[in-house]
Design a protein around this ligand. Structure first.
Ligand code: NI
Length: 187
């Protein structure tokens, strides 16, 4: 099922999420994860976090395949991360252009560590810890931020943010409407 995507200005994107309780999650969680993937694909995204579909819970999905270029050596990663915790960053900071389905029409370079170690649960509740690099690490860090009420534009310099102010205000005011299904901001 395709869910409407919340936009910059919606308070749900500023919440810190609740952990998923596997004792009461079961089939609902699996359906929800499928819905996240469906919603992400129809919007041509490479990652989507639960607050972006108005559910402030600790879940995000990624599929980096569409993000990889011909020369890239890394393998695509398609995965759901439940109750994730980034336990370490690996390598130095790198600059990379990011966008966000909740912030349509804005792409800016963001500085983040090249790699991360992340501990999380899969949809079955299994505990895993893995290390990611490159574009997968980039998408993971971007989505992880969403679980703490953070959007990538928060990480830009004050000057950059000032320059983007009118564009961001347009999104808040509901004047910027992307081609995919959205949950309009309240007027
Ligand atoms: Ni995003």
């Amino acid at each position: 099922m395709i869910l409407p995507i919340t936009l910059y200005g919606n308070p749900v994107l500023r919440k810190t999420v609740e952990e998923v309780d596997f004792a009461s999650a079961d089939t609902d969680l699996k359906n929800f994860v499928n819905d996240l993937f469906d919603t992400m694909y129809q919007a041509s995204g490479v990652g989507l976090a639960a607050p972006q579909v108005n559910r402030p819970i600790a879940v995000f999905v990624i599929d980096t395949e569409a993000f990889l270029d011909e020369g890239d050596t890394e393998q695509p990663v398609k995965k759901a991360f439940i109750n994730p915790e980034i336990t370490a960053t690996v390598g130095g900071n790198v600059r990379f252009s990011e966008g966000c389905l909740s912030v349509p029409g804005i792409n800016e370079e963001v500085l983040r560590p090249e790699g991360v170690r992340i501990r999380y649960q899969d949809v079955e509740g299994n505990q895993l810890e893995e290390e990611y690099h490159g574009k997968a690490a980039r998408v993971i860090q971007h989505e992880y931020d969403h679980l703490f009420g953070k959007v990538f534009v928060d990480r830009l310099s004050p000057l950059k943010k000032t320059l983007l102010k009118s564009k961001l205000n347009e999104i808040v005011a509901g004047k910027k409407v992307p081609a995919y299904r959205i949950k309009p901001n309240k007027k």
